[in-house]
Ligand binder design. Sequence first.
Ligand SMILES: Cc1ncc(COP(=O)(O)O)c(C=O)c1O
Length: 360
Amino acid sequence: MLSVLRRGVVSQVRQFSTNQIAVEGFTASVGNTPLIYLKKLSQQTGCKIFGKAEFQNPGGSIKDRAAVGVVRDAEEKGLIKPGGTVVEGTAGNTGIGLAHVCRSRGYKCVIFMPNTQSQEKIDLLRMLGAEVHPVPAVPFENPQNYNHQARDYAKNLTNAIWTDQFDNTANAYAHFISTGPEIWQQTQGDIDAFICATGTGGTLAGVGKYLKAKSKGKTQIWLADPPGSVLYQYVSTGGKLAERSGSSITEGIGQGRITDNLGTFVSELSGALHIPDEKSIAMVYELLDTEGLYLGASSALNVVAAVELAQKLGKGSKVVTVLCDGAYRYQSRLFSKKWLKAKGLEDAIPEHLRKYAVLD
Ligand SMILES: Cc1ncc(COP(=O)(O)O)c(C=O)c1O
C-alpha cells in the first residue's frame, strides 16, 4: 500500500488543484477527507497506522457527516419542509455541524445542552445562528435531561424535527455511505482492522458495517473506550451492562448505554480496548511533536488504540482509525499547566514534550 501513498505538501497541493471539481455548498463539502499515514508510529511498531482526517470537514469534525445525514434523511422522508426547525440535544460537535447545515439549507436550529457546558460552546453555537437552551444537567433517566427536552420541544412545533443523533440510525447510515467507502477506497481494501471510540456509535457502526461487508468479514472492527464508559466492559464480557462510574478528559465519547446506532453493530465487534487518559493526553502531545497534527483527546485516544491493536495483530498489520477533530476547541485545557496538574496528568506527558504546555 505504501507505493500508492502521496508524499509531502507539494504533491498534495498539485493533486488537489488538478483533480477536484467544485461542490455545491456546505453539505456537499462534507467528507472526502484525506487518510493520513502516521509515519513515526508506523515505523515504531513495524505496522501501518492510518488516521482519517475528519478534522478537515468544513464544520471542523467528524460530526458534520452525521449532521448532514440526519437532516438529509428527514428531508427525503418529507419530515421537514423549507423554513422548518431542526432540534437536537447536544453539548458539542453535532450541534456545530447541525448549525452549519441549517444555515446552508435555510432551517432554524435549536440546541438543548446541559448548563455545565462552557460559555465558549454556547457562544459558538449562537454565532452560527443557533438558538441555545442550557438546561439542568441531569441523568438520561430524568425527563428533564437535555435530550428529552429537545424531543419534547420539537414535538410541540409544526414543521420541526428532533434529529435524535443517538438513536436515529440515519447517523450510522451516513458513515456507511461515506466514511466507510472512502476508507475502503483509500486503502484499496488492504486493511486488517478499524478501531475507534464511540459517542452515539454512528461512526463505529456505519464504518464497521461497510468494511466488514466489503472485506467479506476479513477486516476486524474494534471498539476503543475511555474511562467512565460502560462499553469496554459490555463488549469484553459478552453483553453485561454495568453502572456508569468515573470520568475522562476526552469529550464526545464514552457511553452509559447501547444506543440504537451502536446496537445495529455491537454484536459484530471483534473486541474492545480500554484506553486510560494518561495515554490519550500523551498522544495529543506526541502527534503534535512527530506528525504536526493538532488534535483533540478523542482523536489521540483513537490513535493509542490503533497502535495497541496493530501490535496485537502483529508486525505488518494495517489499522485505520479516525481523527475526529482538532485541539482548537479544547486548547485552553489540553495545553494548560494548571489544568494538567488539576487532572493529575502532568507526569503522563514525557518530559521532552512538556514544552508544548505553554498556557498557565
Ligand atoms: C470529538 C468527538 N469524537 C468522537 C465522537 C464520536 O462519534 P460518534 O458519535 O459517531 O460515535 C464525537 C461525537 O460527538 C466527538 O464529538
